[in-house]
Every structure is written in structure tokens, then in C-alpha cells.
Design a protein around this ligand. Structure first.
Ligand code: TXA
Ligand code: MG
Length: 328
């Protein structure tokens, strides 16, 4: 068996090696501000095919293309409406992905055959340095096996993908912590396909009123964005989201050992769960949520109980991820 790669610090030498690997069609995991990405040369269909193989990802789920700046994004889109211009100027580099009609150069392997491509300029110095060194667009989904919780550290990448990845650049823990907002700009109005920390309100302030999008899609409905599939971002242990007042009962119900994720001091508990208390504001909570789930999985939790988070808009993306992580 090939031993898994050891994450390397992003020295100039490591970045040059990573860029050379990408140009040669190999896979490089790298940090972004949201989660770690599993990168491949976006214009090389065979290289993109390796991403799907490494993740066990269904060929119907397209991947995001990362570029160093808006000018590079524009060359990959067949249309660049004023909303794209305004949103790119306001939010890039940053955790917003724009879906636009694809240019001919973008292979079908990237878009899963869809006529649109998802584009993003990440706000992480290592990601930007890699994109500049490689001098090419980098297709990158989150660097985890399909349906697992996304990685927010280099160690999470290695634990999930092992030797399926050729090089892992270690940029430390990511700061946003959950995946980018995915925004479809191919219709009459912008439409959120996946909520993220760039909020609907912030987008509407720049691009005008949004189209109403379903936040969940059942299996019978054709998907505009296959990442909308219900169970996703899930830890190994079954996960339940429970109101604060029901936490004690949920922990007592087990099965033990229970891992408990709260953002307020927990009530008196029967049983001895492993408790991870997260910040009580959405930015801090999002930053640490996936690490908490990885930690409880690694600690051997047989069940994970998560305190329900507030129903306010600022917590939209977090509620979305918890819903998808929950066991049906
Ligand atoms: O923050 C992020 O977005 C991270 C980092 C690595 O950039 N990437 C990420 O990629 O989360 P992934 O593959 O795990 O999720 C990409 C999402 C999926 O929901 C996918 O369906 C959607 O973007 N997507 C990609 N291309 C699309 C397209 N052409 N049309 C519609 N949705 C698309
Ligand atoms: Mg993913």
C-alpha cells in the first residue's frame, strides 16, 4: 500500500512542486478560507476525472473552478452579466461561488455536462499563491470522500483521502469553516443553490432581489445543483439536532458514548457525553463546527447530539449543514 502523504508547509519549494503536479495532471489538496480543496487542472478532463475517483464522487455532481482573480474567471464564462461584475468586485477573493454559462474551454468533466460552470476566487494566501504559481484554473471540490464532513485541517484531508492525493499543502485550520455560498447567475434573478457565510441579504444588497430557491430538494426533483442532495456533510456517527430543553433526554437515550455539541452551557446531564462547546455567534460556530464533528467521530462517539441553533438568517448556512449532517 502507498503510504499517505505527509502534509507539507507552503514553502516556495512546496508551492512550486504543487504547481508542477497540477500541470502534470496530478491531485493537490490545498487550504482555502472555507475548507480544504482537492485540486486538479480544470482544463484537463483526465485530471478532473481523478478527483471523482479519489472522492468516490458521483459523476453527476459538478466541481467548482478556482482562479486567482475575476479577470481569469471571466475567461471561463461565456457570459459575464453586470451582477457577476458587481458581486466579484464586492466579494472576491472570498467565500462566494458564481455559476455562469461556461466557456467552450471548460470540459464537461468539470460541469458534469451542465452548460454552466461554478467559479470562485478563494481568500487564502496559500490558495492564491498556488493558483498564481500553477498559472491555470484549478477544479476543486472539498478534499474529503463524497458525503463525509468537509476538511478544515490538513490532517482531516489525510484521514479522509489518504494516498489518493499526491500532495497536501498545510495552511493550518481554515477560518470560515463551512463551504462557500453557491449563487446561480444564469437565470433572471440570482438564486442561492447552497447557503454559505456570504448571506442572501449581502448578495441582494449588491445584485438586487434574489429568486426564491428551495433550501432542500428531494430525490424526485431534478437538481440545479447536485450538492443540494439531502444527506451530505455527514459524520460517521448518527447525528441528531435537538432543542436545548431536550438535550438531557437525548443524551440519556444514547447510544453511549454520546458526543454533544452545544453553544450554550449544557443542562445537567445523565450519562457522560464528550462535550464540545462552540461559540454562540455564527462566524465562530461555523469556523469550528466541522472540526467538532471530526473530533467526535475520531473519539469514537456512537451518536452525536447537536443543540439546535437559532432560527435567524445569520445562522441559515449552519442550519443547512446541520440538516444535511443529520440522520434521516
Ligand atoms: O468553499 C467551497 O466551495 C469549497 C472550497 C474547496 O472552494 N468547495 C466545495 O466544493 O465545497 P464541493 O464540490 O464540495 O461543492 C461544490 C458545490 C456543489 O453543491 C455542486 O453541486 C455545486 O457547487 N456546483 C458546482 N458546479 C456547479 C454548476 N456548474 N452548476 C451548479 N452547481 C454547481
Ligand atoms: Mg463537498
Amino acid at each position: 500500500m502507498v503510504s499517505p502523504p505527509r502534509p507539507v508547509p507552503p514553502t516556495p519549494e512546496a508551492l512550486a512542486r504543487a504547481a508542477a503536479l497540477l500541470r502534470a495532471g496530478r491531485l493537490v489538496a490545498f487550504p482555502t478560507e472555507t475548507v480544504y480543496g482537492l485540486g486538479a487542472h480544470a482544463l484537463d478532463a483526465a485530471a478532473v476525472g481523478r478527483i471523482y475517483a479519489a472522492k468516490g464522487r458521483p459523476a453527476t455532481n459538478p466541481v467548482i473552478v478556482h482562479v486567482a482573480d475575476a479577470a481569469a474567471a471571466r475567461t471561463l464564462a461565456a457570459a459575464w452579466p453586470p451582477a457577476a461584475e458587481a458581486l466579484a468586485a464586492r466579494f472576491w477573493p472570498g467565500p462566494l461561488t458564481l455559476v455562469l454559462p461556461k466557456a467552450a474551454a471548460v470540459p464537461d468533466a468539470v460541469t458534469a455536462g451542465l452548460p454552466a460552470v461554478a467559479l470562485r476566487v478563494p481568500a487564502h494566501p496559500v490558495a492564491l499563491a498556488l493558483l498564481r504559481a500553477a498559472g491555470l484554473p484549478v477544479a476543486a471540490p472539498s478534499a474529503n470522500r463524497s458525503t463525509e464532513v468537509s476538511p478544515t485541517t490538513a490532517a482531516h484531508v489525510v484521514a479522509s483521502l489518504g494516498s489518493a492525493v499526491d500532495l497536501v499543502l498545510d495552511g493550518g485550520p481554515t477560518t470560515v469553516g463551512i463551504e462557500s455560498t453557491v449563487l446561480d447567475l444564469t437565470g433572471d434573478r440570482p438564486r442561492i443553490l447552497r447557503p454559505g457565510m456570504v448571506s442572501a441579504e449581502a448578495i441582494a444588497a449588491v445584485a438586487g432581489p434574489l429568486a426564491v430557491a428551495p433550501t432542500t430538494v428531494d430525490d424526485a426533483t431534478p437538481r440545479a445543483s447536485p450538492g443540494m442532495m439531502e444527506r451530505h456533510y455527514a459524520p460517521r456517527a448518527p447525528l441528531r439536532v435537538v432543542e436545548h430543553g431536550m438535550l438531557a433526554g437525548a443524551v440519556a437515550a444514547g447510544p453511549a458514548p454520546v458526543g454533544l455539541v452545544t453553544y450554550r452551557p449544557p443542562p445537567t446531564l445523565v450519562g457522560a457525553p464528550r462535550i464540545v462547546m462552540l461559540p454562540d455567534e455564527p462566524e465562530g460556530y461555523a469556523r469550528r463546527l466541522y472540526a467538532a464533528l471530526h473530533e467526535l467521530d475520531a473519539a469514537g462517539a456512537a451518536a452525536i447530539v447537536v443543540e439546535a441553533v437559532p432560527e435567524t438568517a445569520a445562522w441559515d448556512a449552519i442550519r443547512d449543514r446541520l440538516r444535511r449532517a443529520a440522520t434521516p
